[in-house]
Ligand binder design. Structure first.
Ligand code: ADP
Length: 324
């Protein structure tokens, strides 16, 4: 085994030990706000609340039964759009749907129901990551039981992004050992890439995301040069106020509706080391990296789940996931 291989294994071991010693509580900032939406809220109103508060997801609360009712994410809005496309005469009803109707919508179009997986905040972070990867969720609610009432309480929600940031900020001694390039460790997706053009309709891109089960589609020109990335969250401003007709507009138009504080897109090359990817995560708000060549032509996509999966499980055998 080469010294680089040895260092890589040592780095991964350090990261795994770290994730087993820390809990989800450790990832939470000292003070934070949590916006929880009542399950009885109109879907249309929920959109405005997300937009006004600059957030893209929220836990749902079933106030009749005092229970956590799942996590609302951009995927749910995409499902509502799919429903509207399959049943265009139902627009009046779509307007009246409440968040508690999301399950019916999801059943009607035959997709997975709203994410209900959760984890206790004092369980090891490694477990929270495993559960997220297993359920393909990008975020997981932290649900505790109130000592006095015995009822569930939603403490917060942690995302793959927060966890990778936490790793990047706190474990430089381990991440600096990850000297292999992403090409050497075959990190990311390079075949059957879903792509779109600026002139494609938003609806077409939404369909691509649903069919491939992905959260972002690179926007390229006719020479395969990367111009931008259309993300699942970019759908939210498009349907603000129930304006489903705007989905027929182009990707180019939709991208102009991004919030002012949009952080931009991040790229890397196949020759980049994982160490430097962690440096980018440490310094910026990265939700995925587009892999490009020296001429900025598309080569692949590197998602946060690809990185997290590698950190947790590369080289491990057997069943990775603890029983729920
Ligand atoms: P995440 O789960 O981190 O949000 P994605 O849903 O975008 O990321 O990615 C899920 C998987 O699909 C990853 O393995 C990623 O490499 C791959 N992937 C991401 N974007 C695309 C794309 N446009 N075309 C094909 N595969 C993709």
């Amino acid at each position: 085994m080469s010294p680089i291989d040895e260092e890589q294994i040592q780095g991964l071991k350090g990261l795994r030990d770290f994730l087993k010693k820390r809990t989800s509580y450790d990832v939470l900032p000292l003070s934070f706000r949590l916006i929880v939406l009542d399950n009885d809220l109109l879907i249309k109103k929920s959109l405005n609340i997300l937009i006004q508060n600059g957030i893209v997801s929220a836990p749902l609360w079933d106030s009749q039964n005092s229970r956590f009712a799942g996590l609302l994410t951009s995927t749910d809005y995409i499902n509502v759009i799919q429903y509207y496309c399959q049943f265009p005469n139902e627009l009046d009803n779509v307007e009246k749907f409440r968040l508690s109707n999301l399950r019916e919508i999801e059943k009607a179009i035959g997709v997975h129901t709203i994410e209900t997986v959760s984890v206790h905040p004092s369980r090891p972070l490694f477990e929270a990551c495993s559960r997220m990867l297993k359920s393909r969720a990008r975020r997981i609610p932290l649900v505790d039981i109130d000592d006095e009432t015995g009822r569930e309480t939603v403490v917060s929600v942690i995302t793959q992004y927060r966890i990778l940031k936490f790793i990047a900020v706190n474990t430089e001694q381990h991440t600096s050992l990850l000297k292999k390039t992403i090409q050497e460790i075959r990190l990311g997706t390079y075949k059957n890439l879903a792509t779109c053009k600026m002139t494609d309709s938003v609806l077409d891109v939404i369909n691509l995301m649903v069919v491939h089960n992905i959260s972002a589609v690179p926007v390229i020109d006719k020479n395969n040069t990367v111009l931008n990335v259309f993300e699942a969250v970019d759908v939210i401003p498009c349907i603000k106020g129930g304006a489903y007709d705007e989905l027929k507009s182009t990707v180019g138009e939709a991208l102009t509706k991004r919030p002012e504080d949009f952080q931009g897109i991040y790229t890397c090359t196949e020759g980049d080391r994982l160490e430097s990817i962690f440096q980018t995560i440490r310094q910026s708000r990265v939700h995925r990296l587009v892999v490009v060549d020296d001429d900025h032509k598309l080569r692949g996509m590197l998602s946060l789940s690809d990185i997290l999966k590698y950190v947790l499980f590369h080289g491990e055998e057997g069943d990775y996931f603890p029983p729920s």
